[in-house]
Design a protein around this ligand. Sequence first.
Ligand code: ZN
Length: 57
Amino acid sequence: MKQERKPMHCSKCDMDMNLHAEKINYATMESKKKAEEPVVEIHTCPGCGATATREAQ
Ligand SMILES: [Zn+2]
């Protein structure tokens, strides 16, 4: 498990966002046709409540 990743920054208020959840991106998995499961991280902003996603590594 790699936990030492930099936090995302909110595009609206530039606060550090919290990692809220991880989920498997089935749409990406289907397009890539790979056996490995593409996981996306869901981040939420504590300031304005915005959400953003990025691929987990
Ligand atoms: Zn924000």
